[in-house]
Design a protein around this ligand. Structure first.
Ligand SMILES: [Zn+2]
Length: 325
């Protein structure tokens, strides 16, 4: 069975024809120029029609992961701050345009499904994916089932507060959310927050808006004093959030994806001793039972998971199908 998975992001759409084994057979990336729902719809349709034609064979269904609060039962995007959408019936509109059966889910939950079935989470029963990009997206698998929660809105790990009194402001309105502190954007904020202590730093020489998370990590790896402090503060906050995740669900594996995860072992080495201190309710000898890994599917996880969702006929059905095995 071949299905199409679509990863809808704020800046681009990726559509892919995916087989049963999670392999991408055809793919198309198109930039999103406007966030108006009609324009985004037209861009999705174009990307899907392109891969459908190229695959030159029957495609059974379409799954799409969208940012924001999504109702997988009705296929409606209830609220998406990235796009400024309220109650957009994306599933129905795509079905009318494309004639395919359409399933819609939250993008991070789709990515978690993709990594669980076909990536780093394979073979586990308890798994968490966290993508460290502009924000932090997440998805949780407990005892073999994807956690959706009431209204299918569970899993917003990025918005649990880790520094409620002294943290950075989050776009959700709170202070010190995990994503405000420990996303790629959070790393940049940490570098800017301590910049005045490093007047000779080359990291923020006149162009703070050009500062990227990769440059900070590279500076830290090279021993630059400003980079080292920013990275250390960032790793403290990332470890705080991960320790909470471990305390709540104690997964066998936490996979880290998104731009910052390209730090690889440099990041994992910084996290391990911090987690040993912060995971207090697990006996010390068991604290390393949770494996922290870099997510293996990278930016393709969302589309691969969306295609897997489509194969099961919806996110709720896919979440239950995991448990049945
Ligand atoms: Zn928040």
């Amino acid at each position: 069975m071949k299905t199409i998975g679509v990863d809808l992001g704020g800046s681009h759409v990726m559509a892919a024809v995916v087989d049963d084994g999670g392999a991408i057979l055809e793919r198309e990336d198109i930039d999103v120029e406007s966030h108006a729902s009609d324009d985004v719809l037209a861009t999705i349709v174009k990307a899907v029609e392109t891969v459908r034609e190229r695959a030159n064979e029957e495609v059974d269904a379409l799954g799409l992961g969208s940012p924001g609060n999504v109702d997988p039962i009705t296929g409606t995007v209830r609220y998406s701050p990235n796009f400024g959408w309220h109650d957009v019936p994306l599933g129905r509109l795509l079905h009318e345009k494309l004639g395919l059966t359409v399933s819609i889910g939250n993008d991070a939950r789709c990515a978690a499904l993709g990594e669980y079935l076909h990536g780093t989470g394979r073979g586990t029963q308890n798994f968490v994916l966290l993508t460290l990009g502009t924000g932090i997206g997440g998805g949780i698998v407990v005892d073999g089932a994807l956690v959706l929660g009431s209204g299918s809105t569970a899993g917003e790990i990025g918005h649990h507060q880790i520094r409620a009194t002294d943290g950075f402001h989050c776009h959700c309105g709170k202070r010190g959310c995990f994503e405000a502190q420990a996303s790629g954007t959070g790393l940049i904020r940490h570098a800017l927050a301590v910049a005045s202590s490093f007047p000779r730093s080359t990291l923020v020489s006149g162009k703070p808006d050009k500062l990227g998370s990769k440059a900070i990590r590279k500076a830290a790896e090279a021993g630059d004093a400003h980079g080292v402090v920013a990275w250390s503060n960032y790793a403290d906050d990332l470890a705080r959030g991960l320790a909470n995740v471990i305390t709540f669900v104690n997964p066998e594996t936490i996979a880290l994806g998104g731009g910052v995860s390209s730090a690889g072992d440099y990041m994992l080495d910084a996290l391990r001793p911090r987690l040993d201190e912060l995971v207090t309710m697990t006996p010390r000898e068991m604290r390393r039972d949770t494996k922290i890994s870099i997510a293996s599917l990278g930016n393709d996880a969302g589309a691969i998971g969306a295609a897997a969702m489509a194969r099961q006929g919806g996110l709720v059905e896919a979440a239950l199908a995991l448990r049945r095995g």
